[in-house]
Design a protein around this ligand. Structure first.
Ligand code: NDP
Ligand code: OXD
Length: 316
């Protein structure tokens, strides 16, 4: 066994890409694979995981630190036998930047009525629609963490009015912010709602009919729009379909779903006012993930504090 702690990898990512990224990663460490069902994982001190196997912690009972393959940790927290060890989540500038690109793309797509123009194109229909400017709309961002704060900044650059909501109140120059108790006031100002929340007991099922009903009606786009790249478990999809059908919502961009992959029978696929992406708003760069984990392992082994540790009580 090497002197440096061994690492078990349990990443449900594209396997060829993951194996290529492993070349040269974790120098001096033994690398074990949870996918090898005959492997003895008892020597592993670290686990790097995404949607871990249900028996991972049983097979690897001597872990010191757990590393999430993504920013969200809901699937790790839900894994049976989760040991009482620090969980380090993935925080990465490229992940953050690409999420903001996706958020701005969706906000602009609805502002410039792209779903309607694409539907018209399919019918060879030449019809110009109203063109409000970004400053005529307010985007409300729910979740002002690593991803939410960067999205707020980039939405502002595009000219949108932006308001923000988080559990604890944030101070952001030029942005009206609300804490958990200010939810109704926040929603009442919002034309385009952006979800960048982790999935926790508090956020599960948060995006339901009663929440959609509180969004501002009659803004520059006529009806509010819902954009979600946080977690699908935060949205009540039956309510969302009904809100889109009745016109309570004018459109949606969805990257995450209650069940993934999204079922072929889902009505979202064929709704003209809905943009679907396959949980692809911002995928982890696997090489960066391994680099990041190695840095944290070295910190841990040098007796330094780990960074980006999950607050188990809060659930993110
Ligand atoms: P952070 O932990 O940095 O931020 C989370 C934010 O959500 C914080 O502002 C937090 O408030 C707020 N929050 C959490 N719970 C509540 C609540 N009950 N009420 C109000 N606000 C709440 O996370 P990230 O920004 O890094 O990531 C956010 C999520 O994005 C991830 O958990 C993951 O689910 C999702 N994600 C999706 C990806 C995709 O490709 N679709 C890619 C990467 C991440 P406070 O500031 O007060 O703590
Ligand atoms: C993440 C994700 O949480 O990709 O990083 O969903």
């Amino acid at each position: 066994m090497s002197e440096k702690g061994a690492v078990v990898i349990d990443l449900k990512f594209e396997q060829r890409e993951m194996h290529a990224a492993l070349e040269g990663a974790f120098p001096g460490r033994t690398i074990l694979h949870a996918a090898d069902k005959s492997a003895d994982l008892s020597q592993a001190r670290y686990a790097v995981m995404w949607k871990p196997d249900v028996d991972l912690f049983q097979r690897a009972p001597n872990l010191d630190v757990l590393f999430s393959g993504g920013a969200g940790v809901d699937s790790i927290l839900a894994t049976p036998g989760l040991p009482d060890r620090p969980i380090v989540r993935f925080v990465d500038q490229s992940l953050t930047t690409r999420m903001s690109e996706w958020v701005v793309l969706q906000a602009l797509s609805h502002l410039r009525q792209m779903p309607t123009y694409l539907a018209q194109q399919r019918r060879s229909e030449w019809r110009e629609l109203a063109q409000p400017e970004a400053k005529d709309l307010t985007v409300g961002v729910m979740g002002l963490g690593k991803l939410g704060l960067d999205s707020v900044a980039k939405l502002k650059i595009m000219g949108f009015n932006v308001v923000g909501w988080s559990r604890s109140l944030k101070v952001i120059e030029g942005v009206e912010t609300f804490d958990a108790d200010g939810l109704n006031a926040f929603l009442g100002r919002t034309d385009i709602l952006v979800g960048l929340l982790p999935l926790t007991p508090e956020t599960r099922g948060l995006f339901d009919s009663s929440l959609f009903a509180k969004l501002r009606q009659g803004g520059a786009l006529g009806k509010p729009v819902f954009i979600n790249a946080g977690r699908g478990g935060s949205q009540v999809e039956a309510d969302l379909v009904s809100a889109l059908e009745t016109g309570m919502l004018g459109g949606a961009s969805l990257d995450v779903f209650e069940q993934e992959p999204l079922s072929k029978e889902s009505p979202f696929w064929s709704m003209d006012n809905v943009i679907v992406t396959p949980h692809a708003a911002s995928a982890s760069d696997i090489r960066a993930l391994f680099r990041n984990a190695e840095v944290q392992m070295q910190r841990f082994e040098a007796g330094e504090a780990l960074q980006h540790v999950v607050d188990r009580t809060a659930g993110y």
